[in-house]
Design a protein around this ligand. Structure first.
Ligand code: ZN
Length: 254
């Protein structure tokens, strides 16, 4: 099932203005959620489901894409996408797990490529913002869209401190993904993404991250803590249901 073309659904646009370089060029199929992440959400060989509004529970073999970038710009993302996928899907070393009483709260990664990982998340957010695909209608970045574009073009992960990333991984296997939503946590604006077993919170706000996240913000100054959550007992199931309700409420299909 092809979910997107440029402009309206199913309408392929092969030439137009590239959203990144702004040049009038041939446009290529650009995945909003990198293809590797999409394929990783396959459930026992079955195509992943997309949860939200009119695509609710539809299966997709190809993922979500849009014709919005030229091939030169599309290739900029590949090293970041590849690194993030390999990094996040690597087995968790048992001695890196932090927890007590047989409950795992997080795991710590001491060595990682901060720039590549942060640029992956920032470029992912930007792609979700500029696409016309209705799955991402909830992403409205306003002035932050231009800031992200500049960070991508200059490959500068720290050009602006408005963006902070918190990564969570579910201990249970969850297939598919759902529409991202914007939400406030302690009054601060975040976007929440679910892709398979991963949940990413991206702060889009000039104000500092709420204290509860201070130890697990993606930073080049300390090891990275990736939160671990049991889907059934950690409250994540409730959060996912609330996210789905919010996504359905906010989406305006095209
Ligand atoms: Zn371009």
């Amino acid at each position: 099932m092809a979910l997107a073309g440029g402009g309206k659904l199913g309408q392929k646009v092969s030439v137009g203005y590239c959203k990144l370089c702004n040049e009038y060029k041939k446009l290529v199929k650009a995945h909003i959620i990198p293809q590797s992440f999409h394929l990783s959400t396959f459930d026992n060989g079955e195509m992943p489901r997309i949860k939200g509004d009119k695509y609710n529970n539809k299966r997709s073999s190809t993922g979500i894409y849009d014709y919005m970038l030229c091939s030169d710009c599309e290739s900029i993302f590949s090293p970041w996408d590849d690194y993030a996928y390999d990094f996040l899907t690597s087995p968790i070393p048992q001695d890196a797990i932090i927890g007590c009483d047989n409950i795992s709260y997080a795991y710590q990664v001491n060595n990682f490529n901060y720039e590549k990982l942060k640029l992956f998340f920032l470029s992912f957010l930007w792609r979700a913002s500029v696409t016309q695909h209705p799955c991402f209608n909830n992403i409205q970045l306003g002035k932050y869209e231009k800031i992200l574009r500049k960070m991508i073009l200059t490959k500068d992960a720290d050009f602006s401190n408005e963006f902070t990333i918190i990564i969570s991984k579910l201990l249970s296997t969850v297939s598919g993904y759902m529409f991202p939503v914007r939400e406030k946590i302690k009054g601060i604006n975040f976007y929440r993404f679910w892709i398979g077993e991963f949940q990413f919170l991206i702060k889009v706000d000039q104000r500092s991250c709420p204290k509860v996240f201070l130890d697990c913000e993606l930073s080049d100054a300390r090891p990275l803590l990736i939160l671990l959550n049991d889907f059934n007992t950690s409250g994540m199931k409730k959060i996912m249901i609330e996210t789905l309700k919010k996504a359905n409420k906010n989406i305006v299909g095209s």
